[in-house]
Design a protein around this ligand. Structure first.
Ligand code: ADP
Ligand code: MG
Length: 396
């Protein structure tokens, strides 16, 4: 396999490095950051580059400005937190490319950093525009990517920019992601259990397809369970399903039988009339789900069965909450499964924004081997065994 350099392979002193990070943090209307995990994640690489006397240009996106300047999505809101966390004074460029930015780049001294404005203020970023990438790379020697969660995007600061620098490398967080997620693909210790939930089957089908060859148990919950169940002829009431994916769901089940992978479905269901905290809800075991009700969580029998399988696993991958966990009343299944994973001695890996949020919220993050920073990116990595943004970092 072609190798990927790490920042440790670069002679950094006095060199200008473009560091691509993911500072896409949640920010309130008043400009307050409510969760700075994504900033913290990039610190080991950023501090390493600065301590080695590089001049660092930091590039990130924030939200989805769709190629327009949106004041609320300015990275200047991140600047203060970043300076606090690095205890270094970091300059801010209120643009991404152009003469003023180039001047600021030239003014950098060894061990200093410049934070650029939101890369997605330019439509060229999402179009992977080469001319734009060339301007980003102006005065830059090396490119370091520590934004694993964006590596599934064919964007200028992820892909095209690598053509206009002397060397590219993968940051420490990116390397950590690859190391853990690769274990799920190439060398999982058995029994290997996968827990899949969340809203949409369509997001997860390619993942299931690749993991069918590897996993022993696939535990399904969340809304996606009901697309599978509906496909098998059960009446799921008003549960959220994707009708156009039912045929594919049946094919997957057939494939799973041929490969003797056990796919498990909920034994009981919490159902509710509405997605509201005060909505009437009850637990049922048998179909049909009454026609004015929808499934909102897995029931206690399912929790027990799934927890037992989880406790016997040596490798665990979890993506997607098992119910509408944003509503406390419907979060029991998700929380209990999170606890079962945290209690296990297995290698445990969690991917997906909502599932990770559930684990942090329950204070269980310290008991998980690896919580991926990439939702879509981690799923795509598992499905395709690489990502476009990682491929361009490998030495030609
Ligand atoms: P992740 O971000 O962890 O990958 P997804 O984005 O796939 O997870 O799905 C998360 C969403 O799925 C949550 O907002 C949750 O409310 C929703 N969800 C889970 N179970 C159900 C259900 N039974 N009905 C409707 N929505 C559900
Ligand atoms: Mg999500």
């Amino acid at each position: 396999m072609r190798i990927m350099l790490s920042p440790k392979d670069l002679k950094l002193r006095g060199k200008t490095v473009f560091l691509r990070v993911d500072f896409n943090v949640p920010i309130t209307q008043e400009g307050k950051i409510t969760d700075d995990n994504r900033i913290r994640t990039a610190l080991p690489t950023l501090n390493y580059l600065l301590n080695k006397d590089a001049k660092v240009i930091i590039g990130s996106h924030l939200g989805r400005p769709k190629g327009k300047f949106i004041p609320e999505l300015s990275l200047k809101f991140v600047l203060k937190r970043l300076s606090e966390l690095t205890s270094k004074e970091i300059t801010f460029a209120d643009d991404v490319i152009g003469e003023r930015v180039d001047k600021l780049k030239m003014l950098l001294k060894n061990g200093q950093a410049l934070l650029l404005e939101n890369l997605r203020f330019y439509p060229e970023e999402s179009r992977n525009d080469t001319y734009f990438a060339q301007k980003l790379a102006k005065h830059v020697d090396f490119y370091v990517n520590d934004a694993f969660s964006t590596c599934h995007r064919i964007h200028a600061s992820i892909i095209a920019i690598t053509q206009y620098v002397k060397k590219s490398a993968g940051g420490f967080q990116l390397n950590r992601e690859i190391k853990y997620l690769s274990k799920l693909i190439y060398s999982p210790e058995k029994p290997y259990t996968i827990i899949l939930g969340g809203a949409k089957v369509s997001d997860k089908i390619p993942v299931i397809q690749n993991l069918l060859n590897k996993a022993d148990n696939i535990l399904i919950g969340g809304a996606m369970a009901y697309t599978f169940l509906a496909a098998q002829g059960f009446d799921v009431g008003r549960s959220l399903i994707e009708e156009d994916k039912e045929e594919l769901a049946l094919l997957l089940l057939k494939e799973a039988r041929e490969k003797s992978v056990q796919i498990h479905f909920p034994l009981d269901h919490i159902i509710a009339a509405k997605l509201e905290p005060r909505s009437r809800s009850l637990t049922i075991e048998d179909f049909p789900i009454p026609k004015d009700f929808m499934a909102v969580d897995i029931g206690p029998k399912t929790v027990d069965k799934y927890s037992k399988i989880i406790s016997e696993a040596k490798t665990i991958f979890w993506n997607g909450p098992l119910g509408v966990f944003e509503i406390d009343k419907f979060s029991k299944g998700t929380n209990k499964i999170a606890r079962a994973i945290a209690n296990s001695n297995a290698l445990s890996i969690i991917g997906g924004g909502e599932s990770s949020a559930a684990v942090y919220k329950a204070g269980l993050d310290k008991n998980i081997s690896h919580i991926s920073t990439g939702g879509g990116a981690s799923l795509e990595f598992i499905a395709n065994e690489t990502l476009p943004g990682i491929e361009v970092l490998r030495e030609k």
